[in-house]
Design a protein around this ligand. Structure first.
Ligand code: MV4
Length: 504
């Protein structure tokens, strides 16, 4: 047992603030670290103390393990919370914390390492009795032998890098003639991307659902699951919308998958918050895919339906305490949806759109939560993730939650940079989404309705002036004159306003 009085948050943006909010509620002091690009960032303002750690590129700041340890020692922080991304799944960093007697808020270095190695993870899951995708459990070293192996598994298959994950270093093989060249290419890609050429083979699951289970473990051997999150709405392995419960789920399937998620975590003596990712096919067969050994971006929807503060539980178990919850007192209440708001041009190949936030009005009201970090006048750096905010809504059931999300998206106004807000509104309007009839092909399948191509009639510069002038009106009425700035001479047209204003 070791009480944590001060936490260094080795991250930035919305997640750094999210973590510090819980610290404040727990009377734990907070230390921020920041790069050149983050001198004016919100997480720096929020923290009790803040330390400069280097230049804007992540490699020179947020990934500098030694520098962050040095700050933790200097500021006398008891623990480091790594958030997600950056050093969160870096076993060497977790080791370095240990060596310096700083608590790493996350699982042990050994568990991070094991789960980071997808071949080892598959083996661990097989021995724990958790279903995995049919495939290999040893690295493919001989391309010739791969043909035989794949004949046994049956085409199509996926070749994946053992050190990869999240879609990096994957290859789909449909025909026998492609096997040798694909394995060779996958291995060299794995070597250059991860410094490890180990690859494995899995049977290809077509049009799967991506459903993950949140788990929590403590150092007393307790492991619980906090139900599922449906994360199938993604583009290029970037999630856009998550919800819980999953529309695909049945109570029986939930119980079964939940049991397997707990067994998966127990098999590695998991301590902390983690996620068991499953692929679920159209016949509701499910397979372990990988385990994430960190807090995830989409954790708030789980918090909303269970009432559990996941960051608080992470901190408690890092102190050596028991979890405050057990499986029997956890309930999945109502329905939660999260939309990720990216600074991007969703209609133009999702191009990142960094720049200065000219204005921002965030939704409020019943059942709405926003986890963000940008403010008016803030310049979004080009160096980091383009996600600027997460919008989470809760309602008693799915259809009410969709209506609430649409209301919240209606209220959300950001000018100065392009955002995915309109794209998200179109998702909420799409028939397939409303019916809960979607899988990982959703965005590709609904391309036509989700992406629009009409061009902006007005110069963006003019629009900024108009937007400023009619700021109040925009927020209240969503009307703007068609031309010029004189309302007396012009008719107020909602459509024209929307069409042009969206282009800002
Ligand atoms: C698969 C698959 C089909 N079959 N594995 C993509 C991210 C990485 N975590 C694993 N991924 C996939 N693995 C087998 N054997 C399809 C995907 C996949 C996917 C998975 C989850 C969410 C979105 C996806 C989009 C494309 C492919």
């Amino acid at each position: 047992m070791r009480k944590i009085n001060k936490i260094l948050v080795a991250n930035r943006g919305e997640i750094a603030i999210r973590i510090m909010r819980t610290c404040r509620e727990m009377d734990i002091a907070t230390v921020a670290v920041f790069s050149d690009a983050d001198r004016t960032s919100m997480h720096v303002r929020y923290a009790d103390e803040a330390y400069y750690i280097g230049a804007a590129p992540s490699k020179e700041s947020y990934l500098k393990a030694e520098k962050i340890i040095e700050v933790a020692l200097e500021s006398k922080a008891d623990a480091i919370h790594p958030g997600y991304g950056f050093l969160s799944e870096n076993a060497d960093f977790a080791k370095l914390c240990k060596k310096n007697k700083i608590i790493f808020i996350g699982p042990s270095p050994e568990v991070i390492e094991k789960m980071g190695d997808k071949i080892q993870a598959r083996k661990a899951m097989i021995s724990a009795g958790v279903p995995v995708v049919p495939g290999t459990t040893e690295p493919i070293l001989d391309e010739g032998k791969a043909i035989e192996t794949i004949r046994e598994i049956g085409l199509p298959v996926m070749i994946k890098a053992s050190a990869g994950g999240g879609g990096k270093g994957m290859r789909l093989v449909k025909e026998e003639s492609e096997i040798i060249s694909s394995v060779r290419a996958a291995r060299s890609e794995a070597l250059s991307s991860f410094g490890d050429d180990a690859v494995y083979i899995e049977k290809y699951v077509s049009s799967p659902h991506h459903i993950e289970f949140q788990v929590l473990g403590d150092s007393h051997g307790n492991v619980i699951h906090l139900f599922e999150r449906e994360c199938s709405i993604q583009r290029r392995h970037q999630k856009m919308v998550e919800e819980t419960p999953s529309p695909l789920m049945t109570p029986e399937l939930r119980t079964q998958m939940g049991k397997h998620a707990v067994e998966a975590a127990k098999a590695v003596n998991y301590v902390g918050a983690g996620t068991i990712e499953f692929l679920v096919d159209n016949n509701l067969n499910y397979y372990f895919l990988e385990m994430n050994t960190r807090l995830q971006v989409e954790h708030p929807i789980t918090e909303r339906v269970t009432g559990v503060d996941l960051v608080k539980q992470q901190i408690i178990v890092a102190e050596g305490e028991e979890l405050s919850w057990n499986q029997d007192n956890l309930k999945q209440q109502g329905h939660a949806i999260e939309c990720r708001i990216y600074a991007e041009d969703s209609d133009n190949n999702f191009m990142p759109s960094p720049g200065r936030i000219h204005s921002i009005t965030q939704p409020l009201g019943l059942g709405v939560r926003t986890d963000g970090y940008v403010y008016e006048g803030y310049e979004i750096p080009i160096h980091y993730d383009p996600m600027i905010s997460k919008l989470i809504v809760w309602a008693q059931n799915r259809s009410e939650a969709i209506k609430r999300m649409k209301r919240a998206l209606y209220e959300y106004k950001i000018t100065g940079v392009k955002t995915s807000l309109k794209f998200l509104e179109r998702i909420m309007d799409s028939e397939d989404f409303v019916e809960g009839n979607y899988d990982t092909n959703f965005i590709e399948k609904n391309r036509e309705t989700l992406i629009t191509n009409d061009t902006c009639e007005m110069e963006c510069q003019d629009m900024v002036i108009i937007a400023t002038y009619f700021d109040f009106m925009n927020r209240v009425n969503k009307v703007i004159p068609t031309k010029g700035l004189n309302p007396a001479k012009n008719r107020w047209k909602k459509y024209t306003y929307q069409k042009n204003f969206d282009r800002l």
